[in-house]
Design a protein around this ligand. Structure first.
Ligand SMILES: [Zn+2]
Length: 233
């Protein structure tokens, strides 16, 4: 991979799983007898905001108890040392990439540690609960919602992601199912654009056949090994 200059990395649940973060997403995950797909929607929030707030308050508290793992630290080292363009696009709403030390991170599905005010449209850092309807730090309206992209909502910053893909020489997918669009389409776009594609995953995914190469194993092992290779270790 000596000709590689610009890299786009997509990360998913598989990289945070070893830090003890369960996404519930897909796989028929249940929370208090509710399907998560029935909690993580704009319709659910309109119908029963307390239920939705309690779910996200619990998740927001839980991620603050978790720690980045070797895969997050390895990507942070790559971010720090890589001289070309690099963008870590994550589907994860935790902050483990940032706590691992990475800075070139884009959260396409939002972040647990932010609250979005639907009155003034400003996103504020947030660590506590929202179920008690605290006022927006900016406009004081009690209209904060989790800054997380729900089922049926558009992921964030798609133009920036595709802009980075157009400049990239290598697309790497880490710990994603390859099944959820639009992220699942990134590898297809990457192939169309003629770049190298690599999948690092615990097991073969539904999208594996799109990649030039798939390396299987726990993220905490395969990611540091790949980073060492990229940095000429
Ligand atoms: Zn506001």
């Amino acid at each position: 991979m000596s000709q590689i200059r610009n890299i786009v990395i997509l990360t998913g649940a598989g990289i945070s799983a070893e830090s003890g973060i369960d996404t519930f997403r897909g796989g028929g995950g249940l929370w208090e007898q509710h399907r998560v797909e029935d909690v993580a929607t704009p319709e659910a929030f309109a119908r029963d905001p307390n239920l939705v707030h309690r779910f996200y308050d619990m998740r927001r508290a839980a991620i603050q108890e978790r720690l980045p793992n070797a895969a997050h630290f390895a990507l942070a080292e790559l971010d720090a040392q890589w001289r070309g363009d690099l963008l870590i696009v994550t589907q994860n709403v935790d902050d483990l990439h940032e706590r691992g030390g990475a800075s070139r991170v884009l959260h396409m599905h939002g972040e647990h540690l932010k609250a979005w005010c639907t009155s003034c449209d400003i996103r504020s850092p947030w660590r506590g609960p929202l179920v008690n309807r605290p006022p927006c730090p900016v406009c004081q309206a009690r209209t904060l919602r989790p800054d997380v992209v729900w089922f049926g909502e558009m992921p964030y910053q798609m133009e920036r992601i595709y802009g980075a893909l157009r400049q990239a020489d290598l697309f790497v997918s880490i710990g994603t199912s390859g099944a959820v669009y639009p992220a699942a389409g990134f590898v297809q776009s990457a192939r169309d654009l003629g770049m190298q594609t690599l999948e690092l995953n615990l097991e073969r995914s539904q999208g594996s056949h799109w990649f030039h190469e798939t390396r299987l194993g726990p993220a905490s092992e395969v990611v540091p090994a790949w980073v060492a290779e990229m940095l000429g270790g």
